[in-house]
Ligand binder design. Sequence first.
Ligand code: ZN
Length: 270
Amino acid sequence: MILKKSLIVAGTLAVVLSCATNPFTGKKTMALVSNDQLFPTSFAQYNQFLSENKVVTGTSEANMVTRVGQKIAVAAERYLNANGYQGYLNDYKWEYNLVDDKTVNAWCMPGGKIVVYTGILPVTKSEAGLAAVVGHEVAHALANHGQQRMSAAYVQQGVALAGNIAIQNENDRNLFNQYYGVGSQVGVMLPFSRSHETEADEIGLYLMAIAGYNPDEAAELWKRMNALGGEAPPEMLSTHPSNESRIANLSALAPKAKAEAAKFGVTSFK
Ligand SMILES: [Zn+2]
């Protein structure tokens, strides 16, 4: 019991010592798992995922995924630089891949590793629709949402980390997969919290708008996603539960996203 208590105290201390500022909200967030520790695991898991799945290259759809990914990445860099966060993305190694899989899903792992499944393209429909999805997923990564959940899980387990974890053992790798959803088992990833979803929606809208995509398309995308619900909701909906208030919020924020884009000289959208 005494041991357990001291572990919790140590865990709490580590949290206090490793708070990071979220560049989008200015709020202090828990970042027990640093980029140095997380990115090598992320990059290795990403490469493993690609080796075990069918990557599509050279098609117009694959080229669209690359184009959207690159534009969102540039938008993220411009946005962060303009807001005093130069260097925030230094350790990022952006990569964008289309994978041949009928699952309706897309994700971005820590460090800018993006995968879009061919199954989501009929739902995204247009390049702007795809930009809404990619912008949203990149926003989760930039705000370290998965990292925060991993950190919280470590603390709940009473693990004393004090800023020095490497994701070496299988338990930790499983935790990583659970929080980033890249394991072979579809549906393992837990849904993000509502506050993380709201945050990713807003940041994602800014990114797509700065990248030149019409932010009005985000609400339309989620309406189409919702329409796929019912008996067998798509993977994307199981991790990103959508509802009327989310869609209303996206519609309400679209003009703000356009105003944000105007600061970067972007005033027309496709
Ligand atoms: Zn989300």
